[in-house]
Design a protein. Structure first.
Length: 174
């Protein structure tokens, strides 16, 4: 089997198990909820087809929905995250990088690009997640505050995971 497929499958299993086993019941008054499972979607290879990305995002969201007893909330947010990922890659990467099969990680892309990518992606995901979950603009400020606090918590966790798993970009010798 392809080494890239195995590493992504392993990453999926580990992040989902960490999400539902450790972070499911962790939070601060339902305001700051850590959701580091989105790192799986963020670290999929850059050159993956859009259809595959949307299917994987939907499956990831439905898997988390199954453990959280929610009806498609995480799936909707993950599909939106996949759409934003495609948009972000198109406006920030050149054509050769868009067709590569490298992982958009801190070691491969640098901290500035990866940090911007994680921050905006997390904010988009969490805003959609919280708005779809509430499905009302009644307490919009409270919902937005919860999305921002959860985003901060998730971004910190993603950076901690990235530091732990950091690998320098391999340079080819001439």
């Amino acid at each position: 089997m392809n080494n890239n497929f195995i590493s992504n499958l392993l990453r999926f299993l580990i992040l989902i198990l960490i999400q539902v086993g450790l972070f499911k019941n962790m939070g601060y008054y339902n305001l700051a909820i850590p959701l580091p499972y989105i790192l799986f979607i963020l670290l999929l290879p850059i050159g993956i087809s859009n259809f595959s990305l949307f299917v994987i995002a939907l499956i990831t969201g439905l898997t988390v929905d199954a453990f959280y007893d929610s009806i498609g909330v995480h799936a909707a947010a993950c599909v939106m995250l996949a759409w934003f990922r495609i948009f972000f890659h198109r406006i920030t990467l050149d054509i050769d990088a868009q067709e590569s099969s490298s992982t958009p990680s801190w070691g491969n892309m640098g901290f500035k690009w990866f940090g911007t990518y994680v921050v905006f992606s997390t904010l988009i995901h969490h805003t959609v997640l919280f708005l779809v979950e509430v499905f009302s603009f009644r307490n919009f400020a409270y919902t937005l505050f919860g999305a921002i606090l959860s985003s901060i918590f998730t971004i910190i966790l993603i950076f901690i995971i990235s530091v732990i798993t950091y690998r320098r970009k391999s340079r080819l010798a001439n």
